[in-house]
Write a protein that binds this ligand. Structure first.
Ligand SMILES: [Zn+2]
Length: 294
């Protein structure tokens, strides 16, 4: 882990959020992260996801989060076909990372047109609706939900835990964005090397540019993959024990479930490219799960 002093300023700014669970008491906007805004509108988004309720998907309001007198839903979209594997997608854990949210209607559209057997899709979105409405990483109380998988202070993390318990996923994909200049993914120790390479190939084939470095400036080999290492796992354990912080990917690892966290580049102005990476990764993961059962 490089020291903060050696990092370029924007990366250092970002890295600080890995050290702070609650920096504010409200869903703060941050103007200095270099996020290129996409055409995201929360109400339109919720309506677009709800419109998939029908033959192929059951769309349900899992919870509502109140902020400044308004109630914001957290939805789930669950595919209806019979399947023995479940793929859980978490979209919008950080409300200001919009590509993973915008990917959901496209994903549901493509899923509807694809094969119906083998894999069940469960999408939870937006996991942080107040952040999505307020263009913030944080929830209504200023907590980073993706640090809250030890203590479960936030209703959003408790809901995700409840959905893990109910849906018993075989694989989890979390959709995020970051300040690095291209796309990469974190994998926990239950994602096999073969699976990771297959999924990277699928991303590259779809036109996604794979990052040579992660957002700490660490070289990625192969490009696009930040694998689980013994050192990283030790840091994660310590982080959980000392600071009481844990991300979804470490929570999945505790449960023995493979998880990938996709990080597209929030500095890219090309909306289509940012969104496509998320759609492609989820579809490729489903294909991988389908093949694995044969
Ligand atoms: Zn994120």
């Amino acid at each position: 882990v490089p020291s903060l002093a050696t990092l370029p300023r924007d990366l250092a700014t970002f890295a600080k959020y890995h050290l702070v669970r609650r920096s504010v008491k409200h869903p703060a906007r941050e103007e200095n992260l270099g996020i290129v805004p996409l055409s995201f509108d929360l109400e339109r988004y919720i309506a677009a996801v709800r419109a998939f309720d029908g033959d192929r998907f059951a769309v349900t309001t899992e919870a509502e989060v109140e902020y400044e007198g308004r109630r914001h839903p957290i939805l789930s979209a669950r595919s209806k076909a019979d399947a023995d594997k479940t793929l859980l997608v978490l979209a919008g854990v950080h409300g200001n990372e919009h590509a993973g949210l915008l990917a959901v209607p496209r994903l549901l559209e493509k899923w509807s047109a694809g094969p119906r057997d083998g894999v069940r899709l469960v999408v939870v979105t937006p996991v942080n609706p107040v952040g999505a409405a307020e263009l913030s990483r944080y929830n209504a109380e200023g907590y980073d939900i993706n640090r809250d998988f030890v203590r479960f202070y936030t209703p959003e993390a408790r809901l995700v835990r409840q959905i893990f318990e109910r849906e018993k996923p075989d694989f989890v994909v979390s959709l995020h964005e970051g300040p690095q200049d291209a796309t990469f993914m974190f994998a926990n120790r239950f994602v096999t090397d073969d699976a990771a390479r297959e999924l990277l190939d699928a991303l590259a084939k779809g036109g996604t540019v794979l990052a040579e470095k992660d957002y700490f400036g660490m070289r990625l080999d192969p490009a696009g993959l930040s694998p689980s290492t013994a050192a990283a796992r030790a840091v994660t354990k310590l982080w959980g024990r000392v600071l009481g912080m844990k991300t979804t990917i470490a929570y999945s690892e505790d449960l023995g479930i493979p998880e990938l966290v996709l990080e597209s580049s929030w500095s890219l102005p090309d909306e289509d490219a940012r969104v496509r990476a998320h759609v492609d990764l989820v579809l490729a993961t489903a294909l991988h799960l389908r093949r694995a059962r044969r």
